[in-house]
Write a protein that binds this ligand. Structure first.
Ligand SMILES: [Zn+2]
Length: 381
């Protein structure tokens, strides 16, 4: 290993974490140091810089017993914004986010992946930057893209849903736009959001399970989003479960995706004679709610496959928490009997019970993640 940085951008995750933490409630420097496992001097350096930037402010000191009074720090939410865009096959969703993770606004724009994607993305960003009320406050732009993304080169290596192969996306955008631009896989973007504004508030190590038209996994270890050398880590959907299982989109058989992705559930519903047309996740949820024959069993079976594969990851990484996101989270109540059974049976006894959180989710979720993702990079720029 050369030890050379593989990424053209740097992250200042500590500053981003301080802003996120003080966004939920004011904290003094020793509380920040304890939570992040850092020394007092390091925290003082970072908070001094954030105060100089106007992103953080000191509140009146609090006298507690003997010793020096503690100075609570709070974020100045509107001091700066980040913009996140989620790229869908037919539209873009944008979220403009404050420093405390709350939303200034969100918007959607039509999008055609096959027609000058860089031009369309740049135009959507330029529209926000040109707005005199907010433009000058935008620190950076994050893009969440479905597929295999190399965040170091800013290239989309493979996105079947967008029809992109080896498309350099970040370099031309970075050239055209006046603020730092970052792209990443959509699940990992949302994982960065969970680290700053969600599960990361209580856990240093956790998994994000994204279920929808594929199954992805975000991995946070010691407060860092794990990407892998080429940015491909997290392809949980292609964990093999059965050599003679259904054919997966990747060409192999019996992957988790081939049982649990929305198209796979729909295909099984038809194959089991539960309905005639492939159902959407919402339709499946309604069928399960109505207790249509066989639907709950189908979802419990899928949940069990998902849970067994997840238990394997939990055993390897010893993570105590898992957060569920994605379009198919609506099915979770019916996936969970099988999932929980498999996790209970599969996770080794020395590990604590896995804490499972299901995140309220909508179409803008990955856009919020992308806005979180770029915060740490913008602070380093
Ligand atoms: Zn596969």
């Amino acid at each position: 290993m050369s030890g050379m940085p593989t990424s053209p951008y740097r992250e200042d995750l500590i500053k981003a974490e301080i802003l996120a933490m003080t966004g939920s409630r004011p904290l003094n420097r020793s509380e920040i140091a304890a939570r992040l496992g850092l020394g007092a001097a390091t925290v003082s350096d970072h908070t001094r810089r954030l105060i100089e930037l106007g992103f953080l402010r000191e509140l009146p000191p609090q006298i507690a017993g003997r010793g020096r009074p503690k100075v609570p720090l709070e974020v100045v939410p509107d001091a700066a914004y980040t913009l996140g865009l989620r790229v869908h096959p037919d539209h873009l969703i944008g979220v403009l986010m404050r420093l405390d993770g709350s939303e200034v606004r969100r918007f959607t724009r039509p999008f055609r992946p096959g027609e000058d994607p860089v031009g369309q993305l740049a135009a959507a960003c330029e529209e926000v930057l040109a707005d005199p009320a907010v433009g000058a406050r935008v620190l950076g732009i994050g893009l969440a893209v479905p597929g295999v993304i190399d965040p170091a080169t800013g290239t989309v290596r493979l996105s079947p849903r967008l029809g992109w192969t080896d498309l350099p996306l970040r370099p031309p955008l970075a050239e055209r736009l006046p603020v730092p631009v970052l792209i990443d896989n959509d699940t990992r973007a949302s994982t960065a959001g969970e680290l700053l504004f969600g599960t990361g508030r209580d856990h240093d190590d956790f998994l994000v399970l994204a279920i929808g038209d594929g199954v992805g996994m975000g991995i946070v270890l010691e407060r860092r989003v794990h990407r892998g050398p080429a940015g491909v880590a997290g392809e949980f959907g292609h964990v093999p479960t059965s050599p003679d299982g259904p054919r997966c989109v990747c060409g192999r058989r019996g992957c988790v995706d081939a049982y649990v992705a929305d198209y796979a559930l729909a295909a099984q519903a038809v194959a089991r004679g539960l309905c005639e047309e492939p159902p959407s996740p919402d339709r499946l949820r309604r069928m399960a709610e109505d207790d249509a024959p066989g639907v709950r069993a189908l979802l419990a079976d899928a949940g069990e496959i998902l849970g067994r594969a997840a238990a394997g990851v939990v055993n390897v990484l010893a993570v105590p928490a898992l957060t569920v996101i994605g379009e198919s989270h609506v099915l979770w109540p019916y996936l969970t009997p099988g999932f929980q059974r498999a996790v209970d049976a599969g996770v080794i006894g020395v590990l604590p019970d896995l804490e499972i959180t299901v995140r309220a989710w909508d179409d803008s979720g990955h856009a919020r993640g992308a806005a979180s993702l770029v915060l740490a990079a913008s602070l380093a720029a």
